[in-house]
Design a protein around this ligand. Structure first.
Ligand SMILES: [Zn+2]
Length: 276
């Protein structure tokens, strides 16, 4: 599932193409992709003819700021990705939404499992959507460590589950939560409220470098290649992961085999020696 580094790598690729561009046409081939829109027909109507003023991101959401105060929201879901291609170029399977610009390439939303979505929200609709409940962005707007300690205070849920809670902090998913905890030397099973101040500081200090490493590599494309950059290249980060997907392989720091177990429904990887 694409997480903050994958969505940010996608955003950086799209920004020079989209900012200042005008949307000429919208082809929604699977209505399910615009299911979050209160009236699904609004999606194409609100995008067509409008210019894109900025392309932002909050957590795992891409946010195109359109003329007329609309926000074009894209969430890649489990298996979604954006493909940039010239009109007429062969489409990838599961190309479910196609956006034409008045000049420039097509923006294609490819999503085999259709858990992703696109929407065009008014400020009111935005305020009523799941986006309004998001915590601060883990990369661009990471709260100070004292605020992070406050967020974790008294929480009995495992720290891994808390890091996945987008209302606390927006952007971390299963891969990077495991990587952050490994770098910080904290067991994923520890109740959030049990972390000492120095452990919270270590956790806080791990988030930026872990996300940046993922972003610099173009994100993490796993074996299924569900996530690719908009130009079709795979992100390069998988070979650099510390624990995620490395079950039974040697810890890069101490050599102990990496352990995996299901924690609150998510496969979780950690080093039993390095993480307490
Ligand atoms: Zn280790």
């Amino acid at each position: 599932m694409p997480e903050l580094p994958e969505v940010e790598a996608t955003r950086r690729h799209l920004e020079p193409i989209l900012v200042g561009a005008q949307i000429a046409g919208v082809d929604v081939r699977r209505l399910r992709m615009v299911r979050r829109q209160e009236n699904p027909a609004d999606f194409a109507a609100r995008l067509c003819g409008r210019r894109i003023g900025a392309l932002d991101r909050h957590g795992k959401y891409l946010l195109g700021r359109l003329e007329g105060d609309f926000t074009w929201v894209t969430h890649l879901g489990m298996s979604g990705r954006i493909r940039v291609a010239e009109a007429g170029e062969i489409e990838d399977p599961h190309t479910n939404v196609v956006i034409d610009l008045t000049a420039g390439p097509q923006i294609r939303f490819v999503d085999p499992r259709t858990f992703g979505f696109m929407a065009a929200y008014t400020p009111d609709e935005y305020g009523r959507s799941s986006l309004a409940a998001l915590g601060r962005d883990a990369f661009c707007d990471l709260p100070p460590s004292a605020d992070l300690a406050q967020l974790l205070h008294g929480r009995s849920a495992p720290i891994k589950a808390l890091l996945l809670d987008q209302r606390l902090l927006a952007g971390l998913g299963n891969i990077y939560a495991d990587e952050v905890l490994y770098r910080a030397g904290i067991s994923p099973h520890r109740p959030g409220g049990s972390l000492t101040l120095s452990e919270v500081t270590a956790l806080w200090g791990s988030i930026g470098p872990v996300l940046k490493a993922g972003l610099v590599a173009g994100g993490t494309s796993l074996g299924d290649l569900a996530y690719l950059l908009p130009d079709g290249r795979a992100g390069d980060h998988m070979a650099r992961l510390g624990v995620y997907g490395r079950t039974a392989e040697a810890c890069r720091s101490c050599g102990t085999p990496i352990t995996a177990a299901v924690l609150r429904g998510r496969t979780t990887h950690w080093c039993p020696e390095c993480q307490e």
